[in-house]
Design a binder for this molecule. Structure first.
Ligand code: GDP
Length: 476
């Protein structure tokens, strides 16, 4: 057995229609890999006996969740187990909203997925929608688990029909699952032990399939990205340090690194790292101070200057207009022109749907008819143009997945989420180092006014000022 310290982690999300067996699969995986607290399994079995209730692996998970939610860590949605090859973190996604929220806000970020389908009930709309979300979020390592094979007498034909129907769906959305596995999570067939009940299935077990997934590129190896959460000032006399705090999405930041913030374009260097380690890496709340006295706000995206200078491709984009793939889950449809909030990283701004290019139903994949392209209904996916009130910094999904993901909030509720695929705001000026941007509503100001503002701002900030005149934005 390998030493723990040498094992890589892999974050797996488990999705599927309600009651198709997600909790049972997780419970089984924990039990069969000896990952449960000592005596837990017997304790729950005994409890079931006393209450004359049949034992369910899902109870095991509920009991663990209850315990954890009463403890210090409120980590109710994650389970941990390991094999000789890896340490696994399983993220339970009880519903669409939780799944999108966790994936987008960074609470948990899956690199692979188990998608559970009930063999007896067959493919449901949510089986398809979840598949669609995985494809949108770029999670390409997927194992499809056809569960409850015991309920269909381990019938090969029923299994094969589900495989072909679901493969056809996945093919349409460009997803190629790594494997389909017939299992019974309840009976333990093909979870950790190869089933004798399905001699026709020449398959890996779920555990083998997990070990067969590839390690994903560690975020440390990717370009540095950190969305500024807050700026803390010290009040003690003589201490003028300001700590810029946040949780990096990717990359490593060290003392002395030159950094640039977007959208402001302000540039400086890291003076000190204010964390337990002497560098900042992805996933940990950290802070640092900078050499210049610059004004940085929550929501700015911090990147390493050297990296973006040498490679245009990995430079974040700044715009008020972008093309997105958006999954809508709001009770009310998303409508053109209505004002919502958009959250990307720690940045938040008003946003409106500027144009719908195409709307499809995430389950049937049919193109929506008769909606005159002015709304996106619940469970529909749109290719659309979004327009924000203020410029935001982002990456496109093909360049950096995390910093391309956003959620849309309607009346304090997360109602949709998606990925930015393209910058559609060609008019927006290139950010330059030490530049300032001023957005003025040109409808309300004369050319004279604008020139006067330009003069004052230039005098205050140096010559590098761009005045951005925004037309047709009366709603904001
Ligand atoms: P979830 O909502 O997807 O987490 O589903 P659960 O894991 O809670 O399972 C829903 C119900 O299906 C429970 O009553 C389970 O005992 C049952 N179940 C799960 N897996 C199997 C299976 O392989 N065979 C049978 N017969 N029942 C199962």
């Amino acid at each position: 057995m390998n030493n723990n310290a040498e094992l890589n982690d892999l974050n797996i999300v488990i999705v599927g229609h309600v009651d198709h067996g997600k909790s049972t699969v997780i419970g089984r995986l924990l039990a069969d890999t000896d990952s449960l607290p000592q005596g837990k399994l017997e304790q729950i079995k005994e409890m079931c006996r006393r209450n004359s209730k049949p034992f369910e692996y899902a109870f095991l998970l509920d009991a663990l969740k209850d315990e954890r939610s009463q403890g210090i860590t409120i980590d109710t949605a994650r389970s941990f187990f390991k094999t000789d090859k890896r340490k696994y973190i399983i993220i339970d996604a009880p519903g669409h909203i939780e799944f999108l929220k966790n994936m987008i806000t960074g609470a948990s970020r899956a690199e692979a997925a188990l998608l559970v389908i009930d063999a007896n009930e067959g493919i449901k709309e949510n089986s398809r929608r979840h598949g669609y979300m995985l494809s949108m979020l770029g999670i390409s390592q997927i194992a499809v688990i056809v569960n409850k094979m015991d309920l269909v007498n381990y019938d090969e034909k029923i299994y094969n029909d589900i495989v072909s129907e679901y493969s056809e769906f996945l093919h349409k959305i460009n997803v190629k699952p790594m494997i389909f596995i017939p299992v019974s999570a309840m009976q333990g067939d093909n979870i950790a032990i190869k089933s004798k009940n399905m001699p026709w299935a020449n398959t890996m077990t779920v555990l083998e399939a997990l070990d067969n997934f590839s390690d994903v590129k560690q975020p440390d190896d990717l370009p540095f990205r950190m969305s500024v959460q807050d700026v803390y000032k010290f009040t003690a006399s003589g201490d003028d340090r300001r700590i810029i705090a946040g949780t990096a999405d990717s990359g490593i930041l060290r003392m002395g690194d030159e950094i640039i913030f977007y959208p402001s374009g302000k540039k400086t260097s890291v003076k000190t790292i204010e964390s337990l380690k002497n560098f900042i890496s992805a996933g940990y709340a950290s802070g640092f101070t900078v050499t210049e006295q610059i004004y940085i706000k929550r929501g700015e995206l911090c990147v390493k200057y050297d990296a973006v200078k040498s490679d245009e491709k990995i430079k974040p984009l700044v715009s008020t207009m972008f093309k997105a793939s958006l999954f809508w889950l709001g009770k009310e449809p998303m409508t053109l022109g209505k004002i919502y909030s958009l959250k990307i990283g720690t940045a938040k701004t008003d946003v409106k749907l500027n144009k719908i290019i195409k709307v499809i139903n995430a389950s049937s994949l049919d193109e929506a008819q008769n909606n005159k392209n002015n709304m996106i209904n619940r469970h529909e996916v749109a290719e659309c143009i979004l327009e924000t009130e203020r410029p935001i910094a982002f990456d496109t999904a093909d360049v950096m997945a995390y910093t391309s993901r956003f959620v849309i909030v309607d009346k304090y509720e997360i109602s949709g989420g998606g990925i930015i695929t393209e910058n559609a705001g060609g008019e927006y000026p290139e950010m330059r180092e030490n530049s300032a941007i001023l957005i003025v509503p040109s409808a309300k100001l004369t050319q004279d006014d604008i020139e006067r503002i330009e003069e004052i701002v230039s005098r205050e900030f140096g010559n590098d000022v761009t005045i951005y005149r925004k037309n047709n934005f009366k709603n904001f």
